[in-house]
Design a protein around this ligand. Structure first.
Ligand code: SF4
Length: 251
């Protein structure tokens, strides 16, 4: 598909999804030609999407990046979620040779030493497995929300990812955190117990801390870095559509 047609398709889909509720958005994507993949980090938003996919038996593959540095609570939640919804969450691990090479060059926790070293770790443990997860995929479903950070304030429902040659779907783009929490409580959706201990956004254990009252939701991610727009590279601004105004990057 050409860049222009991918952008036009994303724009049309974005307008269509805006009028639908969450289940309708996901069902629409599941019904399109082409493989749809949802990448979950088991965060509260992702659990809402997984519940909708599992409860409605939608034809969307659910995968997670098992980086090898996750919290025990996150790993346990993968199993619990599979059991709750009778689904399989495909775990994608980093290649051992890549991890060994990283550790040899930077050390196991070298990501604290520089932004480059941190990006290299995310590249090995997240980006390369993500590329495998998205091979042959037409629609990539994510849990991005506009309220998660200023960096994500203009997240559309559908956007062309020109770098990966697919359309990224953000069915919770317009949900706020209060709506998410209420939905989780009403539907009894299992969530990570760390959320109630001050972790609104949960990534790898060594790179996530609890936030203080009043801090932005993602302040606990890579907290030692100064760049307010820090992300892991899963969602990059350069790859988004120029047709959808202010399409934002995310993670
Ligand atoms: S979040 Fe931290 S541990 Fe996880 S891949 Fe990135 S740098 Fe490595």
């Amino acid at each position: 598909m050409t860049t222009q047609s991918l952008e036009a398709k994303a724009k049309a889909l974005n307008d269509e999804l805006e009028a639908l509720d969450l289940a309708g958005r996901l069902a629409r994507v599941a019904g399109l030609d082409g493989r749809a993949v949802f990448t979950t980090s088991l965060g509260i938003e992702d659990q809402v999407i997984t519940a909708a996919i599992g409860s409605n038996r939608l034809d969307i593959d659910v995968v997670t990046l098992e980086t090898g540095r996750l919290f025990n609570e996150t790993v346990a939640l993968i199993d619990e979620t599979e059991e709750t919804y009778g689904i399989v969450i495909k775990r994608l691990h980093p290649a051992k040779a890549d991890v060994d090479a990283y550790v040899a060059q930077y050390g196991m926790n070298g990501f604290y030493d520089s932004v480059d070293a941190r990006h290299a770790c995310c590249g090995v443990r997240k980006l390369k497995p993500l590329a495998r997860a998205l091979e042959g995929t037409s629609y990539w479903v994510t849990g991005l929300r506009r309220g998660q950070s200023g960096n994500r304030a203009t997240t559309p429902f559908a956007e062309a990812d020109l770098e990966r040659g697919l359309i990224k779907i953000n069915p919770l783009a317009d949900w706020d955190i209060e709506t998410i929490r209420a939905h989780v409580a009403t539907e009894a959706i299992p969530v990570n117990p760390l959320h109630s201990r001050g972790y609104p956004s949960i990534g790898c254990e060594p790179c996530t801390r609890a936030i203080k009252p009043g801090e932005p939701e993602r302040a606990g991610r890579w907290w030692w870095e100064n760049d307010e727009k820090r992300e892991c590279g899963l969602h990059v601004a350069e790859a988004t559509s120029s047709i959808i105004p202010n399409a934002s990057g995310a993670a």
